[in-house]
Design a protein around this ligand. Structure first.
Ligand SMILES: Cc1cc2nc3c(=O)[nH]c(=O)nc-3n(C[C@H](O)[C@H](O)[C@H](O)COP(=O)(O)OP(=O)(O)OC[C@H]3O[C@@H](n4cnc5c(N)ncnc54)[C@H](O)[C@@H]3O)c2cc1C
Length: 330
């Protein structure tokens, strides 16, 4: 760390020209960190056709926004982002770099750490500044314990789990600087190319932003069980997730997986159906406001984390629940 290092840099992913929710949440965290660390919050956005992104990121807490608008960045491609992002980080010289714990973020962060010869903590849930140094907290031992890590090198890189931080209320009157940066990338030097990209069709509410998430596990008995969960989710404007075991059996798309090696949700209501409550699963839904579970085994671990529990067969209870909701809505 040198005397010139200061502040926090946030790498914000962009989807359809808008910053993703996790980017806004990380800006909220960055603002808190700079209260202790001093310095400014710099947001960096890569993409193509990024029109109003600078103003949006300032409204959510950035002091400075660096925009790298280039057709080469239309789709995420870690190899293409690395030269520019490394250069930006070296010039800004932040103490902390925040990256989303998303598929692109977890691809990017270790490569970036290697290139910058610094350390990275992935899957962080909080960061505290102690004696001027960032201390990152994350799950370990399959979600059974928490560890706190800190590094001697600067900047400290951290990937942040979604829904662990609070985005600020946007303030359109906030002022900041917006700068377009030019790319140093030589497209011909790329060893890999994105040839095509297929987006998995997602019906209904997005899992991370849904107020109600219904998770299905092996206790559903087969892929048909997910049809009922999807019906209920549609009726209540919720989203469907799953345990890893259900995804492994192809009962539902892999993108449904909630947990340590899947997605993190923190809805108002999480309904766990036929899920045993393994720590690996709870790492992705344990922060839900209310957990309700349906399980045939009264001793199932999931009941320990649940506010309400129904001991019973999901194949009887879930169709009956769908029917009741339909009646209420009619
Ligand atoms: C490194 C690592 C990472 C992992 N990451 C994840 C992760 O991200 N997400 C994840 O979910 N898992 C993850 N796992 C796997 C995890 O440990 C569990 O194996 C998995 O969550 C179990 O899924 P399940 O609850 O659906 O199945 P089970 O554990 O088999 O539980 C099924 C439950 O359904 C109940 N049941 C049975 N029949 C019925 C019925 N008719 N009606 C109602 N209930 C019924 C049973 O009583 C049981 O409690 C990971 C494991 C490892 C080692």
């Amino acid at each position: 760390m040198t005397d010139n290092d200061s502040g926090v840099l946030v790498v914000v992913e962009v989807a359809d020209g808008q910053p993703v929710d996790l980017g806004k949440e990380m800006l909220g965290l960055a603002r808190q960190l700079t209260e202790n660390l001093g310095g400014t919050v710099t947001a960096v956005a890569f993409g193509a056709g990024l029109e109003n992104i600078g103003e949006i990121l300032i409204a959510y807490g950035a002091d400075q926004v660096l925009i790298n608008d280039n057709a080469l960045f239309a789709d995420f491609h870690a190899e293409a982002w690395l030269p520019d992002l490394s250069k930006i980080i070296s010039e800004v010289a932040p103490i902390v770099v925040l990256i989303g714990h998303s598929e692109p973020g977890t691809d990017l962060a270790p490569r970036l750490a290697f290139r910058l010869d610094v350390d990275v903590a992935t899957g962080c849930e909080s960061i505290e500044i102690i004696n001027g140094r960032p201390h990152m907290t994350r799950s370990c031992f399959g979600g059974l314990a928490r560890e706190v890590v800190t590094f001697s090198k600067t900047p400290a890189l951290a990937t942040i789990r979604s829904k662990t931080q609070q985005a600020l209320e946007p303030m359109i009157e906030r002022v900041g600087e917006i700068e377009q940066v030019s790319s140093i990338l030589d497209g011909s030097s790329l060893r890999t190319r994105v040839v095509s990209r297929e987006t998995e069709k997602a019906d209904g509410a997005k899992m991370e932003s849904a107020k109600i998430v219904i998770g299905g596990g092996l206790g559903l008995g087969g892929p048909e069980g997910f049809k009922t969960l999807n019906e209920i989710a549609e009726l209540v404007d919720g989203a469907v997730g799953a345990s890893r075991a259900a995804c492994d059996l192809d009962w539902c798309p892999r993108s449904y997986q909630i947990g340590l090696s899947g997605r993190t949700v923190a809805p108002e209501l999480y309904i766990a159906v036929g899920i045993s409550g393994a720590s690996h699963h709870m790492a992705g839904c344990g922060n839900s406001k209310t957990i309700v579970s349906v399980n045939t085994d009264p001793k199932a671990e999931i009941f320990k984390s649940s506010r309400f529990g129904i001991v019973g067969n999901s194949q009887e209870i879930m169709p009956a629940l769908a029917e009741e909701i339909r009646k209420l809505k009619a």
